[in-house]
Write a protein that binds this ligand. Structure first.
Ligand code: B4P
Length: 190
């Protein structure tokens, strides 16, 4: 199986590039952001709790997120692989992912992190906020999401560094150019 972790700060293009990767490699897409937004739109108990946290730009608890991931993994164990988009976002989530994959004799093939400067992230997310009205794409929440990324999520890169799986990719330029860089990394890992 080809199992890709797509990593990067909010607004770095994870969701955008995940779509391109899926189209080329036919992987199962697991976006914790999308899964949480689905719970929010269906107004489930989990969704009501998650919305409050997401609107502040904080991370939803590891327990909730890991539960969602295990559910998604269960139903898709015979496919060509997975793309994990926006997960893991903490070292504990990374450890749990390793555990869950190992139970099926699987592993992360590569962790691709998209590098984008902060001012560009803010610009992209503000634009999306204006276009879609997404409730966490406002200046105050965006700033906090970027701070939370620096404090809680960056350590995940060290975790994959230690396993020699971390591949940084320049996330600036056109979507197509960035995708070309990503494909190069995947082809090496595959
Ligand atoms: P996510 O849904 O993961 O949101 P995100 O980090 O903003 O990334 P997204 O994929 O949506 O945006 P992209 O960079 O593609 O998370 C939202 C919230 O959910 C989190 O804050 C947290 O509360 C919670 N959550 C999710 N996962 C969690 C976890 N594992 N643990 C705990 N909590 C979790 O794109 C941004 C914009 O840039 C788009 O408008 C796009 O069109 C544009 N763009 C992309 N590439 C571009 C390019 N090359 N040039 C110009 N614009 C570009």
């Amino acid at each position: 199986m080809l199992n890709i972790v797509l990593f990067g700060p909010p607004g770095s293009g994870k969701g955008t590039q995940a779509c391109n990767i899926i189209a080329k490699y036919n992987l199962v897409h697991i976006s914790t952001g999308d899964l949480l937004r689905m719970e929010v739109s269906e107004k489930t108990e989990l969704g009501i709790r998650a919305k409050e946290i997401m609107d502040k730009g904080e991370l939803v608890s590891d327990e909730i997120v890991i539960g969602m991931i295990r559910n998604k993994l269960k139903g898709n164990q015979d496919g060509p692989g997975f793309i994990f988009d926006g997960f893991p976002r903490t070292v504990d989530q990374a450890r749990e992912l390793r555990k869950a994959l190992t139970e099926n004799d699987e592993r992360v093939s590569v962790m691709i992190s998209l590098d984008v400067p902060k001012d560009e992230l803010v610009k992209r997310l503000m634009k999306r906020g204006e276009e879609t009205g997404r409730s966490d794409d406002n200046l105050e929440t965006i700033q906090n999401r970027i701070d939370v990324y620096g404090r809680q999520t960056i350590p995940v890169t060290y975790y994959y560094d230690k396993m020699h799986k971390h591949a940084p990719v320049d996330g600036t330029g056109t979507v197509d150019k960035i995708f070309e860089r990503i494909v190069e990394v995947i082809e090496k890992a595959n």
